[in-house]
Design a protein around this ligand. Sequence first.
Ligand code: DGY
Length: 325
Amino acid sequence: MAKPTVLVTRRLPEGVQDKLAATFDARLNPEDAAWSGDGAEIVRRAAEAGPAGILCAAGDALNARTIAALPDSVRIIATFSVGTDHIDLPAAQARGIAVANTPDVLSFATAEIAFTLMLMAARRAGEGERLVRAGAWTGWAPTQLMGTTLEGKTLGILGFGRIGRELAQMARGMRMAIHYRNRSRVAPELEEGAIYHDNDDSFLGAIDVLSMHIPGGAETRRWLDATRIARLKRGAIVVNTGRGTTVDDDALIAALRSGHLAAAGLDVYDGEPRVHPGYLVLENIALLPHLGSATVETRQAMGDRCIENLAALLIEGREPPFRVA
Ligand code: DGY
């Protein structure tokens, strides 16, 4: 039987590409950047290849227009991500195209980056690194770059899913108290002592560090706005490793400038790779280039999940195990 054709929109780790090539008629992309044209290049290449599956990634524009223009051969979109906000799910559903993602395998890695940003922000690590690299460090001084400890502080986790709960485990090791806000309260065995808030006001007023783990999309757009920032304690820290669209950049920048917030750490940006220029000139913010899942182990595991999803539908004729729509 001929191998099903799969169009791969991004360069993937070698081990993943090898596996894809062994399993499918894989049309691999040698380029390490998203195709340009807001989905137009995906449509052009799909028209050429007539694939049964498309393997895409965060940042690819699988919007309603792109999906409407895909050839009828396409049966599944497997995304190399847990987030699906780059895919118009109703548009895919309307065309009978299955959509599947890569949950679980990136939870620990993403929590590690949230934890890294928390520490960088609290301990002013980015500022210190810049000082040393600039050759401007004049030696140890009793009052130099004093940050704040995380020990004993209260961490507020917005979105208590797998990533949020991994972060909670790490933060317990720093003797932090854990509070969380979520669509609903999780089962007691998943809480492990974390305190649930059923409203934003009590949550935001109780915490010293806010770590955001909510998905992108219309419902969460600019969740962290000026009003909610004002509810945070003076001197609080904000970290975001979910999606940049959930933060009102101007409001966050204003709060970091005024000193209402002590510091922040971001791994994701609205409209990335563009970063709001207001962030770039602030000292009290740590900025990373969407590194959440960027470990060798995790990226291989994400590739394995994509292959499982594609093979299930296109080779084994069964439901993709991580189908989201
Ligand atoms: C995801 O999986 O959604 C990440 O943001 C990409 O690593």
